[in-house]
Design a protein. Structure first.
Lengths: 340, 340
DNA sequence: CGCATTCTAGTTACCGGTAACGTATACGGG
DNA sequence: CCCGTATACGTTACCGGTAACTAGAATGCG
C-alpha cells in the first residue's frame, strides 16, 4: 500500500511541490506567484496563496538563495556587542532591512583583524549577500577573500584611506580636531585627551587632537594623550592622572561617552567644579549627556544614519544597481552645552 | 576550443567538485575531510586541505544546511535593539556560539506579538535551527508555527506560565517583590513604583510590587504605580509626579536602570537628598549604578548568563541531545548600596 | 485577417552540498 | 585459512528551490 508523500516526511514543513499539487499548477508557477506576483494571473495566484495557507507552507530561503545564487542575508561585524553606541547603528540597519525582507547576521570581532578574518570567513561560508564592517583595518587575507567573492561591502567606524568598496561614516580625525579647536576657541589653554588604547579609531582621534593643537600653536606634549581602561573607571583614571601629573589642565576631552561620564563623576567626587576647575567634553552624544549637571558638551555623531545609509547602499547594490556615491562622509555636529 | 570550467564561472567561488578534482578524490571525500576529519586517512585529508587552500575554497553552508536538513544558524528576537540591557545577553549568546561554528541572526520585535510573528516567520523561512525569544507572549499562529516545525526554542525575559519549550530567565515578579520587601525592611513606609507602559515584563514587576506591599500590610494604592515614558526623562517624570501628587513618598522603585538614573538626576536638580528625602532603587545593575552618588541600590540580573545558558541549551538540542532541565530560573541578587 | 509580439505557464537542468548505500581492502579470531 | 566486521572511499539520489528555455494562447497592428 502506497504511503502518502506527506506522511513520509519526518519534518513537518510542506514543500513547494505539495503546494503546486494542491493548487493544480507547476512548482514554477508557485515560485512565481510568491516572488513575482505580476507574472501570474490573479486567479492562479489566489489558488496558490490559498494552498500556501492551507498547508502552512513556509518558503525555503536556503534553497532559494542556493538556487538563485543570490542572498537576502547581510553580515554585520561589530568591534563590541556591549557598547551601546553601536546599538543605534544596528537599529538603523535593521529598520532599513526589515520591511525589505533582508536578514541580519551579527558577529563580534574585538578590533582584532585576525578575529575579523575568521568572522568574515564564516559569513562568506553562509553566503551572505553583503557585509557591513565597523572597522577599517583588515588582514591581507580578508581583502583577498572579499575581492574574490566580489560581494558589496560597507566599511564604517571611520573614513578609511583605501576603502574596500563602500563607506558610510564620519571622520574620527576631523571630529576630534573640530572639538579640540572648539575648546581652544572657548578659551581653554591646557587641554588633555583621554582615550582607550589599542583601538584604531582612538588613534585617529589622538591625531586630530594633536594636529588641532599644533595648528593653533597651543601647548601640546604627548603626556596630554592619556590612555585609560574601558568603562566609567577609565574616566576617573583620567581625572586622577590630571590631578597628579598635569594639575594646570583646564579642559579634558574624553574620546567616548562612558569615559566622559566617569570623568564628570570623579570631578564631583573631588569637588572639582565643572567647567570651572576642569571643563569636560565628550565624543558621543548619548541621552544622558543632556541630563547630567552640567549638561555635557559633546560631538553628535550620525550613529543611526550610519546604519541606515550603509543598509541602503548595500540593498541597492545587492539588487544590481550601481551606486553613484560610494563614499559617504556623514559628518558630525558639536553640541555646545554647559560642561565646557 | 573548450573553455576551462573555472573560467566559466561568473562567481569566483570554487566549488567542492573542483577541490575534489584537484585533490584527486571524490566530492564525498572532500565533504568528509571537512566535516568528519576522523573518517578520512591523514594523507588524503592533507591533500584535500591543500587543494582547499590553493583554490581559496569556502565551504557553502547554504548547500550544506539544505542538503543535510540541519542548520548552524540561530535566530534571536529582541524587544529592542537600542536598550543596552540586552547587549549583555547578546554577548553571552555570541560567546557561546562563536567557537562552535554557529551563526546568529538578529531581529527586533517591539513587544508586539504580531510583529514577533512576522519576524519568526522570516526566521523559519531562513530555516534557522533554533530560536531565542526575549519575550513570553506570542500569537496563536506563532505557537502553531513553532509547534509544527519542532525546532528548539528558548524563551527568556521572564518565567512564562506555559513555556513553548525551554526557558532561561529570572522572574520579574519575584525580583520586584524581593526588592519591595527589601525596601520595607529598610524602613521605607511609602513606596512608589515607576515603570514603562505596554510592556508585559513591566506588568509582572507591578504585580510583584503590589503583592509585596499587600503581604506586608503596607499602604498601597494604584496611584503608586506610575507609568512613565521611556528614557531618562521618564525618571524625571516620576519624581515630578511624586512631588505633585504623593509628596509623602519616601522611596521610589524604578523598573529600569535608565529610569533610575533619570530619577536621581531630577532629585539632584530639585535638591532632594537621596536617600533622605527620597530613596531610589533600580531594577538593573549597569556599570554606572556603582559610580553615581549616592551609589544605586538595585537588582542584579543574570543578563549575560541568560544568553550563555540559552545558547548552551540550544546547541545541545540542535546536536540531538535531550536536555535534563529545560526550565532554568537563573535568579537575581539585591545589591545594597547607598541610594536606599 | 494574418503575422509578429507579448503573456502565461510548463519543462528541464542545475545550484552545491550530504545521506544512504555499495564496494574493496585490511584486520582479527577461532 | 575462512569468514565476519571495520575501515576508507566512491556512487547514486536527493535536499527545495530558480534560471533559462519552450510552447501555446492572447493581443496588437497594418
Amino acid at each position: 500500500m502506497p504511503v502518502r508523500q506527506s506522511a513520509k516526511r519526518k519534518n513537518g514543513a510542506a514543500r513547494m511541490r505539495e503546494v503546486a499539487e494542491l493548487a493544480g499548477v507547476s512548482r514554477m508557477t508557485v515560485s512565481r506567484a510568491l516572488n513575482e506576483p505580476g507574472k501570474v494571473k490573479e486567479e492562479l495566484r489566489q489558488r496558490v496563496l490559498e494552498a500556501v495557507r492551507e498547508l502552512g507552507y513556509v518558503h525555503n530561503h536556503l534553497a532559494r538563495n542556493l538556487s538563485s545564487q543570490r542572498s537576502n542575508v547581510v553580515g554585520l561585524v561589530l568591534p563590541s556587542l556591549e557598547n551601546s553606541i553601536f546599538a543605534q547603528t544596528v537599529k538603523g540597519i535593521s529598520d532599513h532591512f526589515r520591511p525589505r525582507g533582508f536578514q541580519l547576521m551579527l558577529a563580534e570581532a574585538a578590533d582584532d583583524p585576525e578575529d575579523e578574518e575568521r568572522v568574515i570567513s564564516a559569513f562568506l561560508a553562509q553566503r551572505v549577500g553583503g557585509l557591513i564592517l565597523h572597522s577599517t583595518r583588515h588582514t591581507p587575507a580578508t581583502l583577498r577573500m572579499l575581492k574574490s567573492t566580489g560581494i558589496p561591502v560597507v566599511e564604517t567606524g571611520d573614513l578609511p584611506d583605501n576603502p574596500i568598496d563602500m563607506v558610510a561614516s564620519y571622520s574620527n580625525y576631523e571630529a576630534a580636531k573640530a572639538m579640540t579647536q572648539h575648546l581652544v576657541r572657548l578659551g581653554y589653554r591646557s587641554i588633555a585627551l583621554a582615550s582607550l588604547a589599542n583601538n584604531p579609531r582612538a588613534r585617529e582621534r589622538q591625531k586630530g587632537f594633536a594636529d588641532a593643537l599644533a595648528e593653533l600653536g597651543a601647548p601640546f606634549s604627548s603626556e596630554r594623550l592619556i590612555e585609560v581602561s574601558r568603562g566609567i573607571g577609565g574616566g576617573a583614571e583620567a581625572v586622577s592622572y590630571l590631578a597628579q601629573r598635569l594639575p594646570d589642565t583646564d579642559a579634558l576631552f574624553c574620546a567616548g561617552d562612558v569615559l566622559a561620564i566617569g570623568a564628570l563623576l570623579e570631578c564631583n567626587r573631588r569637588n572639582w567644579s565643572v567647567p570651572k576647575r576642569l571643563a569636560i567634553a565628550s565624543f558621543d552624544d548619548v541621552e544622558i549627556m543632556r541630563y547630567v549637571a552640567p549638561a555635557m558638551t559633546c560631538l553628535k555623531l550620525p550613529r543611526y544614519d550610519i546604519g541606515r545609509r550603509s543598509a541602503e547602499m548595500l540593498t541597492a547594490r545587492m539588487q544590481g544597481a550601481e551606486i553613484a556615491v560610494k563614499h559617504l562622509n556623514l559628518g558630525f555636529e558639536i553640541m555646545q552645552r554647559a560642561s565646557a
